[in-house]
Design a protein around this ligand. Sequence first.
Ligand SMILES: [Mn+2]
Length: 356
Amino acid sequence: MAYFRNLDNKLKDMLELFKRDERLLILVNADPDALASAMALKRILYRKVQSVAIAHVNEISRPDNLAMIKLLRIPTTKLTPPLAAQYDKFALVDSQPHHHPDFEKLHFSIVLDHHPLSKENPVVADYQEINPDYGSNSSLLTEYLYNLKIRPGMLLATALLYGIKTDTQSFERKFNDVDIRAFRYLTKFYNPLLLQKIVRSEFRKEWLKYFSLAFRKIKLLGHGASVFMGRVESPDILVILADFFLRIHNISWDIVSGIHEDSLVVIFRGDGLRKDMGKMASQMFGDLGPAGGHKQMARAEIPLEKIDSTHPQQFILNRLSNINTRRKKRNRQPVNRDIPSMEEMEIAKRKAITSG
Ligand SMILES: [Mn+2]
């Protein structure tokens, strides 16, 4: 059984674009899928031209990305104008020229991508294939390798598998049949131990101090949790923690907050089943600053001067209790119009804080 489409004629056009004495630079906005795609395209073209290299336009800081580059020996460098000047031709994978200002300046010989096409920004390239149906760009490059009868080496196969795994969130997100077939095909060649090592490189050593603080400060609120982290070097750590605490069984949402520069930054994460984090963020803080997002993730930034003298953690809990009370009032049957006693209000408030 053939694994993939037959691309013989198409790929001939792509290979004919290059002359032996040319130098090619493959550009990426580095993430696992983009890095794997670049590695595969480099493998396809390295004998057709004088030299091929990979360059990225973003800062690479995620631990799994760094582990991938190191363990799979992906030779990528930061794009700079002097670097670009050393190359005759350019290729772009897992992205389109309008996705980044550094891409827009260049003419591309090849664009291979799987992001949605934009009517306002049509892709101009000598050769392009853009398949928004594909869950990952690595699947497309696997098809190319297969058609060109290039057996992927162990490192390349591991990279492509990780690209597919990341972009489909291990097939929890939208994927195509070709993603499954590429995944299965690549498992013949990959190294499972290297893949595991990359997958498990989730945290940086410098983050451990934040974890230990968060474990001490976390407040469980029924099916939710809230942590105020004090001043943090970067709001990124709040995101890491918010994602982490959502992995606790029976926690369906959490709020991780901290102070960065002159703002209280509040990160919301939810399972998308019970509460809508975007709504929650805007109901809680929409009157004070930018606040919103979607069902599973949201964010709010509140200028510190708007919090007065309340402790930020208390301020957040008060706001949370307010929206819960508002919701309870809305849901209450109009039969009972009596004003509740102080005691009843106290119970309601306590319930509001602890309910999820
Ligand atoms: Mn991708």
